[in-house]
Ligand binder design. Structure first.
Ligand code: MN
Length: 698
């Protein structure tokens, strides 16, 4: 293909068109949900990603001028800083800004795609690539409206870095080298995990130069500025260093190559000395030695290993992989053919190998990597379409072919988007509860809740939490799992201990909290961890209460109750799981007199459960029902005191819970389902059928 470079004006028009297309597609979700009252708060749709609330908390804290020690606020994160800045200068509400930021930032991907194509004067190739890349399946999923997360620029910035390298290499003008440093620094500031990608880009530039352009001093200069940008030194020093060297190169245009090599060697040393390879070494170690057994910590305790519950880390089938990169298997194969052709015809695109390669790591490393391959493979399919079109002589036919093929590759992606009806993280009733709690609790108070709810609770209630999306290791989760799914006394004790130890450790550097169990064993002089855990079942002398603690108990938690239980239902000395608890939910299919037929095949007959041929006696049979005002009423029938099986019939949901004694007596079931709180330990703060909050009295 021989093309003439498009005029700047026409190029900008094309970029704007692609950007507008990408924006418009991202309004489909808003159009589908904007009047769903459940999904709205503060006159705006809420966001649909959990982690987003972590950044939203950070941005809010920046705007408020501070945060609480140890609260885990992302006040220093790039996304929070940019958000706070936008919230200050734009006339929109905070909710509106976080909802729409991914739309506007994520769509920027069309720019590097089109710029890369323009380097080779193939703007129409870029245009097709930008239409696809901006909305391709996995890229859309992670940059859709409401997906408020760092993803919105995580691919855009490395793509701009790649473009700046290609651009500088082809134009061979000193001034463009600064762009390379600029985008690299920005890319790593935005998302530090991009560091390994940036470093491998530098590696590829070196190899590329050694093979194809060994004598080209200019490429070594580019490499120097890449390495300086990557060195792990203070940002202000880095900027001064880069500008100084740039000035030096500018004044001394005809430096001997020896000098350049020497500076390059120094830059390499700078990377090595400042530990520039550590992030990569750590990452490789993390993957190679990702052990799923419950490894003992320093204190010899075997906590549950979280890796087991993380779904994302794992191999994915080819169909899913293809869908997520290109929208389908055929499209992916065509884009790979296009990519190979592109590499063959324009070897400068070899520089894109790290970006594409990282996308292919998804085949082993899990879904989250696919997005990296999107921009280049989208460009590649554009290249293939334009390349094939050159074989069609007649102009009308040629244009028709281009238009139809472009639409054909877009359609599966748009179909996916129309069907991708992601709900918001929380619904309105839940947020109302958290908003009420915000008015009752102080910013130093704690809320005990499962880690999934950590960020949103901190955002809406402005409190502290024990665990969240960033802090949910097996040992961190232990106390919350234990507090929710063991008896109220044990739950109250461990919550108070964990909070007070954590806070003391923040103030007193000689007091290392360790895990709550390790610290507790020291404080109470108990050597055996199981003995210490058992001691929590009775009243103990607790440390001085410095703040309030609330238990947050949502109905939704019922879905993940068995997972939550894994974290504290094991022998910490050996890592061996205890027997799985009985926790079963079943809906009523039909009733005949006092016989309930359940959808799990069981029947409730009088005081017994019939499962297959077994008849099991029931200890207690409880019927719960909310009246019109949302007040809970319950009827308890004590049947067979010797039985370990308890049954709760939640009439409003037409649902049965079948539980063993421990789960029945657990804080969650007693407080949330039955409102049977021990008045010595808890007092109700907010009670709704969907979410309940209790305050700890000890
Ligand atoms: Mn805070």
């Amino acid at each position: 293909m021989t093309n003439q470079k498009l005029s700047t004006k026409n190029f900008i028009i094309l970029v704007l068109l692609a950007y507008l297309f990408s924006l418009s597609v991202r309004t489909i979700w808003v159009y589908q949900f904007h009047d769903v009252e459940q999904f709205r708060w503060n006159n705006q749709l809420m966001i649909n990603t959990n982690d987003g609330y972590g950044y939203a908390e950070g941005a809010r804290d920046i705007l408020n001028g501070g945060h609480q020690k140890g609260d885990g606020s992302f006040i220093d994160s790039s996304l929070a800083i940019v958000t706070a800045f936008l919230a200050k200068i734009l006339p929109f509400s905070f909710e509106t800004i976080i909802l729409w930021m991914p739309t506007f930032f994520g769509s920027l991907l069309v720019i590097p795609i089109m710029l890369m194509a323009r380097v080779l004067s193939m703007e129409y190739v870029g245009f097709i690539g930008a239409l696809l890349g901006g909305i391709a399946w996995s890229y859309y999923n992670r940059t859709m409206t409401g997906y408020y997360d760092t993803d919105m620029l995580t691919i855009v910035l490395p793509s701009l870095t790649l473009w700046s390298i290609m651009f500088a290499m082809i134009e061979k003008r000193n001034r463009y080298i600064l762009l390379v440093s600029f985008f690299m620094v920005l890319s790593n500031w935005w998302y530090f995990q991009n560091y390994s990608l940036s470093l491998s880009m530098a590696g590829v530039v070196l190899i590329y130069t050694l093979i194809f352009d060994r004598k080209n001093i200019f490429n070594y200069k580019i490499l120097i500025f890449m390495l300086l940008a990557l060195s792990q030194i203070d940002l202000s020093i880095k900027i001064v260093l880069i500008l100084a060297l740039f000035g030096f190169f500018h004044i001394k245009q005809d430096l001997e190559s020896k000098v350049i090599y020497a500076i390059l060697a120094i830059s390499v040393l700078l990377i090595l000395i400042t530990g520039g390879l550590d992030p990569i070494i750590n990452r490789v170690n993390g993957y190679l030695f990702r052990d799923s057994s419950n490894i003992a910590n320093e204190a010899g305790l075997h906590y549950y290993s979280v890796v087991k519950t993380v779904r994302e880390a794992g191999e994915i089938p080819f169909q899913v992989f293809a869908n997520r990169i290109s929208g389908g298997r055929v499209a992916l194969i065509l884009s790979i053919i296009g990519y190979l052709l592109l590499l063959f015809k324009h070897r400068i695109f070899l520089l894109s190998l790290p970006l594409v390669g990282l996308g292919f790591i998804a085949l082993w490393g899990g879904l989250r990597f696919t997005v990296y391959a999107v921009p280049i493979l989208a460009l590649s399919i554009g290249y293939l379409i334009m390349y094939l079109s050159t074989f069609i002589e007649k102009k009308e036919l040629r244009l028709g072919f281009i238009a139809i093929s472009t639409i054909a590759i877009l359609i599966p992606n748009i179909e996916h988007i129309v069907g991708y009806k992601v709900p918001t993280v929380f619904n309105k009733q839940t947020v109302e509860v958290l908003d009420k709690l915000k008015k009752l609790a102080s910013r130093e108070d704690y809320v005990v809740a499962w880690w999934d709810y950590g960020y949103p609770i901190r955002y809406y209630s402005d409190v502290k939490t024990l665990i969240d999306g960033a802090r949910h290791s097996g040992s961190a989760n232990y106390s919350v799992s234990f507090a929710l799914l063991h008896n109220q006394r044990a739950g109250a004790n461990i919550a108070r201990l964990d909070v007070e130890y954590k806070e003391r450790a923040l103030k007193d550097s000689n007091f290392t909290a360790g895990t709550v169990l390790e610290r507790g064993m020291k404080e109470y002089g108990i050597k055996n961890v199981n003995e210490f855990i058992a001691s929590l079942n009775s009243p103990i002398k607790l440390p001085k209460k410095t703040r309030d603690i609330y238990f947050y108990l949502p109905l939704k938690m019922m879905n993940i109750l068995p997972t939550i239980d894994l974290f504290a239902n094991l022998n910490l000395l050996t890592g061996k799981k205890y027997k799985s608890p009985l926790f079963s939910r079943a809906n009523v299919i039909s009733t005949q007199g006092n016989i309930f037929h359940l959808n799990n095949g069981m029947q409730i007959i009088g005081g017994n459960i019939k499962s297959g041929n077994n008849i099991i006696p029931i200890n207690q049979f409880v019927v719960t029902e909310y009246d019109n005002k949302g007040i809970l009423h319950k009827r308890v029938r004590h049947l067979n005191v010797g039985s370990n099986i308890f049954v709760i019939y939640m009439r409003n949901y037409n649902q049965f819970l079948i539980l063993d004694k421990r789960i029945f007596n657990s804080t969650y079931i007693q407080l949330f389902v039955l409102e049977n709180y021990d008045p010595e330990l808890f007092e109700p703060t907010i009670l709704t059928p969907f979410t309940k909050v209790f305050k700890l009295k000890v």
